[in-house]
Design a protein around this ligand. Structure first.
Ligand code: NAP
Ligand code: MG
Length: 405
């Protein structure tokens, strides 16, 4: 074990959260980080009680701090619904913190599975991770739709700033009722998305795929394709050549077929709806939501790391009753290592980057040696597998880590 703790320069923005993940958060710090790193964080308590006390100002402050420092690590948080308003006696049904933070940072979320031996994806040829990037603005998520009656004539009408109208027929309903829908997206949002994706590809040295249905949607989807192509040509082509990575565009149905046949190891940029659907498909195929990491990347290179799963409420209520839990801390732990490594890269701290690498390796080695939490125990094909509780898993990782350092 090393004698001195690793020093940091710039603080990490630390966003604490709720329920079981809040319990895990403290354990990770106590067992695996504070003994090794002279941790510098600017702490924001995004636990629901504190969000309520501050009228959710703490969420906004934490996002502003992330803009200032460039790197954040976030614990899972409750998005209140009617039941939570009652449970926590809330002044209001506060908005999703992730939504608030994403709106302030204007970022794209990249989700990557953590792969370990003994847990084979449902598609066994996926030996490397597939990272999904979902465009988080517009399309059907900000649509206008109507049910219309037989005999209706439906048109798209656009009035420009000088009052000129452009009309285009959607459909004249004859002999039947029907449905119509209006969608939009914005060039600045699509451009931001493209830049986030290209930057993340460079950052992680992986190819990036993008797909739409441009052959059918010659204005709408084709415009996504054109914006990506233009930004790539102007701003990224040479950087990609230098890095030895590729930008690959194809039709969405062709992309799906190629993804299934692939070995993984690339980023798949998806339009909003495709990303919604495909991220669930990919997460399930890799085995466990508890092994899925997530990072929000802004177009100007700000990073916020977290686990993809929620606060694991059911386990928390067991924990409150004093019962033993076996909750998987891996995705939350990788949020910490991702943030520490990024901080290390930005501040030129090789020791900190190496520590993050070793902590990830220790986590994977521990699971591959057969020590794991209940969710993985159910899935693993290792012959010598052993189920341990939440805390004992982190202690086992620490024993592995001590040998690596
Ligand atoms: P969840 O916390 O992801 O948990 C759903 C179920 O998945 C758990 O009950 C558990 O299954 C399993 N699971 C998830 N993570 C696990 C882990 N680390 N280890 C072991 N098992 C794990 O989703 P939820 O119960 O729907 O949501 C709970 C709260 O989280 C909600 O208030 C929601 O608003 C919030 N949420 C926050 C975020 C975020 O902050 N990014 C994301 C999603 C949800 P078993 O019970 O079968 O063991
Ligand atoms: Mg979905």
């Amino acid at each position: 074990m090393m004698a001195e703790k690793i020093l940091m320069k710039t603080p990490l923005v630390e966003m604490d959260g709720d329920e079981m993940t809040r319990v895990i958060w403290q354990m990770i710090k106590d067992i695996l980080i504070l003994p090794y790193v002279d941790l510098k964080t600017e702490y924001y308590d995004l636990g629901l009680e504190h969000r309520n006390e501050t009228d959710d100002q703490v969420t906004i402050d934490s996002a502003e701090a992330t803009k200032k420092y460039g790197v954040a690590v976030k614990c899972a948080t409750i998005t209140p619904n009617a039941a939570r308003v009652k449970e926590y006696n809330l002044k209001e049904m506060w908005k999703s913190p992730n939504g608030t933070i994403r709106a302030i940072l204007d970022g794209t979320v990249f989700r990557t599975p953590i792969i370990v031996k003994g847990i084979t994806p449902y598609i066994p040829t996926w030996t490397k991770p597939i990272t999904i990037a979902r465009h988080a603005y517009g399309d059907i998520y900000k649509n206008t739709e109507m049910q219309v009656k037989d005999g209706s004539k439906c048109e798209l009408v656009c009035t420009d700033k000088d009052g000129n109208e452009t009309r285009s027929l959607i459909h004249e309903f004859k002999g039947t009722d029907g449905i119509i829908q209006g969608l939009h997206n914005k060039d600045d949002s699509i451009s931001s998305f493209a830049r986030c994706c290209f930057n993340f590809a460079l950052d992680t040295k992986q190819d990036i795929w993008f797909a739409t249905k441009d052959t059918i949607s010659k204005q709408y989807d084709h415009h996504f394709k054109d914006i990506f192509a233009e930004i790539f040509e102007k701003e990224y082509k040479e950087k990609f050549e230098d890095a030895g990575i590729e930008y690959f565009y194809t039709l969405i149905d062709d992309a799906v077929a190629r993804v299934v046949r692939s070995n993984g190891g690339y980023i798949w940029a998806c339009k909003n709806y495709d990303g919604d659907v495909m991220s669930d498909m990919v997460a399930t195929a890799y085995g466990s939501l508890a092994m899925m990491t997530s990072v929000l990347v802004s177009p100007d290179g700000i990073y916020e790391y977290e686990a993809a799963h929620g606060t694991v409420q059911r386990h928390y209520y067991k924990h409150l009753k004093g019962e033993e839990t076996s909750t998987n801390s891996v995705a939350t732990l990788f949020a910490w290592t991702g943030a520490l490594r990024k901080r290390g890269e930005l501040d030129g701290l090789a020791d900190l980057c190496r520590f993050a690498d070793m902590l990830e390796k220790a986590t994977i080695d521990t699971i591959e040696s057969g020590v794991m939490t209940g969710d993985l125990f159910l899935l693993s094909t290792l012959p010598n597998k052993k189920k341990v509780n939440t805390e004992d898993f982190l202690c086992a990782v620490n024993e592995t880590l001590k040998k690596l350092l």
